[in-house]
Ligand binder design. Structure first.
Ligand code: CO
Ligand code: CO
Ligand code: CO
Length: 301
């Protein structure tokens, strides 16, 4: 599955449409609104598109202070504005647990749509944000995450992929997806399968959020990471001894994660420099090779 649906309406314009909403992963409703909005807007950026309009979708319990809902929506609106999009409306229903997200409509040139199916052998694989937000969110829920790891995770989750997307379009990236619920391995597997290639991932090059390794070492790991790992495990060739803690980190479900990009290796330095110019830290984490019996090969530490 690609991150968003694309519908061509003329030779110059295709619509990019997406919808995402979920339950809070942080305590602060204003921050939660921002994270949920970024997560939704990022699916348009993952296709190389530009968000134009957004609509709120929210669920809210009867017994909760309505001010909380207003803070969630305010946080979302902040990120819609930052993306240069316009909020057109939305809908809220009563539910036991709060939920929030956006339906976003964007545009892209029909010939410049970047899907997850374009990765080619010889290309470099780049990731634009560190991973670990699922593990740190679990640490927040269990009240064991320290303030530095919480701050860094929130910073990552409230950052739009707009600049990363702009840079990848300018450098003619071949394939892209954003890292969300299936974790780095799950989304990488989707790219490898859609592109009919194998991706070699270098574990030591993967950027990991501060505090993630410590929490994962104490088994503060969301059930989703374990499920993701089970799902991908036999499609991954684990070279050397990759510790189970690292396997779970690679499978950790992300919220509003970075872009995973496949790009011509001759242009990867230019791309990393352009990302830096835009204030985005890009990491080359692996390369694309001819298809093998495994979709992903993980080189150990
Ligand atoms: Co996505
Ligand atoms: Co999505
Ligand atoms: Co309505």
């Amino acid at each position: 599955m690609d991150d968003a649906g694309v519908y061509k309406i003329s030779n110059d314009i295709a619509l990019v449409q997406t919808l995402d909403f979920f339950t809070p992963m942080v305590d602060d409703p204003y921050v939660f609104g921002q994270v949920a909005a970024v997560n939704s807007l990022n699916d348009v950026y993952a296709m190389g598109g530009k968000p134009l309009t957004a609509m709120n979708i929210a669920c809210f319990p009867k017994n909760l202070d309505i001010e909380v809902l207003s803070l969630i929506l305010k946080g979302g609106h902040l990120k819609i504005q930052e993306a240069g999009a316009i909020l057109l409306g939305g809908h809220t229903v009563e539910d036991n647990e709060p939920k929030y997200g956006l339906s976003v409509t964007g545009i892209v040139h029909p010939e410049r749509v970047i899907t997850n199916a374009g990765a080619q052998p010889g290309q470099a694989i780049v990731l634009t944000k560190p991973i670990g937000t699922g593990i740190i969110s679990t640490g927040i829920k269990r009240k064991v995450a320290d303030s530095k790891s919480i701050d860094e995770a929130i910073n990552v989750m409230t950052t739009l992929n707009d600049k990363a997307s702009k840079a990848m379009v300018e450098c003619d990236a071949s394939a892209c997806t954003d890292i969300t619920g299936f974790g780095l391995l799950g989304h990488m597997l989707e790219m490898a399968e859609a592109s009919n290639v194998t991706i070699e991932l270098e574990l030591s090059l993967v950027p990991i959020l501060y505090g993630t390794l410590e929490l994962a070492g104490k088994d503060i790991v969301p059930a989703g990471a374990k499920n993701n790992l089970k799902f991908v495990e036999n499609k991954v060739g684990w070279q050397k001894n990759v510790d189970n803690t690292y396997k779970e980190i690679l499978a950790d479900p992300q919220t509003a994660g970075g872009l995973l990009i496949s790009i011509d290796s001759k242009r990867v330095d230019e791309f990393i420099n352009l990302l830096k110019e835009y204030g985005v830290e890009g990491h080359v984490i692996g390369k694309v090779i001819q298809p093998t019996d495994k979709n992903i090969i993980v080189e150990g530490k």
